[in-house]
Design a protein around this ligand. Structure first.
Ligand SMILES: [Fe+2]
Ligand SMILES: [Fe+2]
Length: 295
């Protein structure tokens, strides 16, 4: 199958549409939590950020879908918009159900260049999802919450995996169709877009308090640095190893003819190999090591 061909388009759109699962947040088997686990749930510092991101994504992706002429791509992106809206409803349901004290997010204006916004969002999602897979794996290993909680969130992370696989195939298809398809330019464009996403992540490490609470109006990262919330003594080596293993597990479900996001798995593999040969004292701080690995 040739990248950028009609066959490629059909494969990445149809795979996405066919793998959609039906559920509504209120129908999921939310477990009862004792006060110990309820306090743990309440101490997770990123619920407001997660709600903001999912609600904004739902609006933006749905709006972008309406601007697309190609019916198959439009259907797929409209479905992604509905899935992001459902993620927002799911987090809102969780907040209400467990009575978390979270201020409602502020709504932002949709940008004029909606395709550019969707592309930046897609690259950011590749980064966030890779680290979110690892963070989820760390929290599950640590049994931070009862297992039924992880059973509920597992398919949501699979949905994010579907979004990023769809995205890297769609953006490649778009670049080839618009004549920017030769490999070098595609690589440069992609790398520049990732650099923006990496810069945002590195910036966000600057003022993150790994063990603290969220200030009013402050947006904290909840992927790379957030993992340390769930496990004491988390080392960067274990974090990268978990991200890689979790990513591999989720990516194994996709057709091998589809492209998969590769930059962060490759960077993390490199970081992991470097950390393995460094003396232990050089891998004290997860935030410093993540910074080092991606700058
Ligand atoms: Fe989402
Ligand atoms: Fe998503």
């Amino acid at each position: 199958m040739k990248l950028g061909s009609k066959e490629h388009k059909k494969l990445f759109c149809q795979t996405f549409l066919d793998s959609h699962i039906h559920y509504e947040p209120e129908d999921l088997p939310w477990p009862e939590l004792d006060s110990f686990h309820l306090n743990r749930l309440k101490s997770i510092p990123f619920w407001r950020e997660a709600l903001t991101i999912e609600e904004e994504a739902g609006r933006m992706v749905s709006f972008f879908a309406d601007t697309i002429d190609d019916p198959l791509i439009r259907d797929a992106i409209a479905l992604q918009g509905r899935e992001e809206q459902r993620h927002g409803r799911l987090i809102q349901y969780l907040i209400n159900h467990y009575q978390l004290d979270i201020a409602p997010p502020e709504k932002e204006e949709l940008p004029k260049d909606i395709q550019k916004e969707f592309i930046e969002f897609g690259f950011g999602e590749c980064l966030d999802s890779f680290f979110a897979f690892g963070m989820f794996g760390i929290a599950r290993q640590a049994q931070y919450l009862p297992e039924p909680f992880f059973t509920i969130f597992d398919p949501i992370l699979d949905e994010e995996a579907r979004h990023i696989v769809f995205f890297v195939n769609w953006v490649t298809y778009l670049q080839i169709q618009s004549g920017k398809g030769f490999p070098l330019l595609r690589g440069v464009n992609t790398f520049l877009s990732y650099l923006g996403a990496i810069r945002n992540l590195v910036d966000s490490f600057g003022d993150v308090d790994l063990g603290g609470t969220q200030e009013e109006g402050e947006v904290n990262p909840f992927t790379a640095s957030g993992a340390s919330h769930f496990m004491e003594d988390l080392t960067p080596k274990l974090f990268f190893a978990t991200c890689l293993a979790e990513n591999e597990k989720r990516m194994a479900k996709f057709d091998r003819n589809l492209l998969q996001p590769m930059l962060f798995p490759r960077l993390s593999k490199l970081a992991y190999q470097v950390l393995r040969i460094l003396p232990e004292k050089n891998s004290k701080s997860i935030s410093n090591s993540v910074k080092t690995s991606i700058t």
